[in-house]
Design a protein around this ligand. Structure first.
Ligand code: LLP
Length: 432
């Protein structure tokens, strides 16, 4: 469910007509709906109301300050995977004790920052991370709260680039090695072993892999407790899928029930890290048709958004719903179109053979379900500017990140002294 609906044939975000935003900020732009974002978060949160759970919104899906702050006000914590995300969460007002620091390949400075900030938990992925964090904590006469991320060797049956729980994936500690590593962790002065962490992948539309993975984790927790570890927290990661096309995604209630069934009896405090299910349907990318070019058996519809703005179709062959902002007349023929951007590679394609009504330059289109892994994955490839993000609430909207500008784009490059005019170099030396 979302709040992007037509009124009198014109798509609105809540109570704001999309063309009004386009007139104010120009296309392409991302547009988020507060009501949709809040609804998705509260439905997820409320599904766990009977369990002791911290809902740590996964910032990687969409880390705009306005998005984090909207969710923070509803009680969300944050799952962060870099110092940048930790800083974003803190800046948006998420208390440190609701932040979990996850992710593979953490550096010592990143871990030191998070420890000093006072995060709730570190999810560690290797012996090296354990040793490094222990040293950092010990040097401050502290003990860092730690869960080890277990690789349960379960195939999430999702796109192979976003499956993370198979033994060939780079993530976590092989479940067979877990007891040894927990024993080692327990002997480290700077480490307080508090829990177990698992995350098997993203966009899961089938609960069975979760069931497998959580059952394996439950067995492991019992073994670890028998070994003498006080395992009191369980971080089950994110991954709940959503509908992009015709998938039937499990509901948060189904997912919560499965969790109660598989790990409820352990009595652990739960951490959940949903990203996509919260933000995905709360955002659209609005773009303008630049050109329509006939091609064999179809037409190319060239729009002003490109793969650098939304990379999911190019990167994962992802399918996103696309529709005109102004509804076509009911009798308009639907004919196949390839929707492509202006970037100089064939991969810059949003859709192939998509049935769309007649389109002309200047028409506005929306690409749906772009609230998660959209703006955060954007780049300036082809020296294109990062597009604005807009948030709607009722009949109001605000630019929550302006379009970047060309001066900034170019000014961030530096010429080495051998490419600069001599006077310029001298001045530089003089200044130094
Ligand atoms: N926790 C961890 C440790 C993760 O690695 C992820 C996602 C999440 C939570 C949140 O998962 P979610 O609830 O959003 O499925 N760029 C890809 C998705 C990459 C997901 C990476 N990890 C895409 O556009 O499909």
């Amino acid at each position: 469910m979302d709040h992007f609906n037509p009124r009198n044939g014109l798509l609105h975000a809540e109570d704001v007509a999309i063309p009004d935003i386009a007139a104010a900020v120009a296309t392409p732009f991302y547009c988020y709906s507060t009501a949709t974002l809040s609804r998705h978060f509260t439905v997820f949160r409320d599904a766990f109301s009977g369990q002791d759970a911290l809902i740590a919104y996964s910032l990687k899906a969409n880390s705009n300050q306005a998005v984090i702050a909207t969710l923070g006000a509803l009680g969300a914590g944050a799952d962060v995977v870099s110092e940048g995300e930790a800083r974003r969460a803190l800046a948006a007002g998420i208390p440190a004790e609701r932040i979990v620091y996850s992710g593979i390949g953490k550096t010592a400075p990143q871990m030191a920052f998070a420890l000093d900030a006072g995060v709730f938990q570190f999810n560690l992925e290797s012996e090296r991370e354990l040793a490094t964090l222990s040293e950092i904590a010990a040097s401050r006469a502290r003990r860092a709260p730690v869960a080890l991320r277990i690789n349960p060797d379960v195939d999430a049956r999702t796109h192979h680039k976003i499956a993370t729980g198979r033994k060939a994936d780079k993530f976590g500690i092989p479940i067979a090695r877990a007891r040894d590593l927990y024993a080692e962790a327990a002997g480290l002065v700077g480490i307080d072993v508090v829990g177990v962490d698992v995350h098997i992948g993203s966009q899961l539309t089938d609960l069975a892999p979760f069931r497998d993975a959580f059952a394996r984790v439950a067995t492991l927790v019992e073994a670890l407790r028998a070994d003498g570890h006080d395992i009191r927290r369980l971080d089950l990661g994110g991954g709940l899928g959503i509908r992009y096309r015709d998938e039937t995604a499990p509901t948060p209630d189904d997912y919560a029930r499965l969790i109660a069934d598989t790990v409820g009896a352990l009595g652990c405090r739960l951490v959940l890290e949903p990203g996509r299910v919260v933000a995905g349907n709360a955002g659209i990318l609005v773009t303008t048709v630049l050109d329509v070019k006939p091609a064999e058996n179809r037409r190319f519809v060239i729009v002003d958004a490109a793969m650098n703005d939304l990379v999911r179709p190019a990167m994962y062959d992802a399918w996103h719903a696309i529709e005109p902002v102004r509804a076509a007349p009911a009798d308009a023929p639907l004919e196949p179109a390839d929707l492509v951007g202006p970037v100089c590679e064939t991969g810059d394609t949003f859709a192939i053979d998509r049935p769309l009504p007649p389109l002309a330059p200047g028409d506005l289109l929306v690409i749906r379900t772009a609230g998660a892994y959209g703006a955060v994955m954007a780049s300036t490839y082809n020296s294109r500017l990062l597009v604005p993000e807009v948030m709607v609430k009722g009949d109001r909207f605000a630019v929550i990140r302006p379009r970047t500008d060309y001066d900034g784009l170019i000014a961030s490059d530096r010429l080495p002294d051998w490419l600069r005019p001599p006077e310029d170099t001298m001045l530089d030396r003089g200044a130094a």
